[in-house]
Write a protein that binds this ligand. Structure first.
Ligand code: FES
Length: 101
């Protein structure tokens, strides 16, 4: 799937993968603002992204654990996801994710 990240300095970067998590994809491509400090176990919130409103149906909603972690991020909103909890698959082809600051 192709995923587009919009970074905090407004760069648009489209990258592609077939497996793994979106966080791993971002880290492997040095997407600014995605650190993945906890290694993808939903306990750091350094992989916070905002899903484009039109892509929410494709990406799906946060799990309960993820929602709890997002509550610690002060800029979280209804489009927030922790992208280590999003698996790369064809289902999310062409989604646009804005990296949280
Ligand atoms: Fe830590 Fe996603 S990488 S919560």
């Amino acid at each position: 799937a192709k995923i587009t990240f919009i970074t905090s300095n407004n760069e648009k970067i489209t990258v592609e993968a077939t497996a793994g998590s979106v966080m791993e994809l971002a880290v492997n491509n040095n997407i600014q603002g995605i650190d993945g400090d906890c290694g993808g176990v939903c306990s750091c919130a350094t992989c916070h992204v905002f899903v484009a409103p039109e892509d929410v149906d494709k990406v799906g909603v946060a799990s309960e654990i993820e929602t709890d972690m997002l509550e610690l991020a002060d800029d979280a909103n209804e489009y927030s996801r922790l992208c280590c909890q999003i698996s790369v698959s064809d289902a999310i082809d062409n989604v646009v994710l804005t990296v949280a600051k």
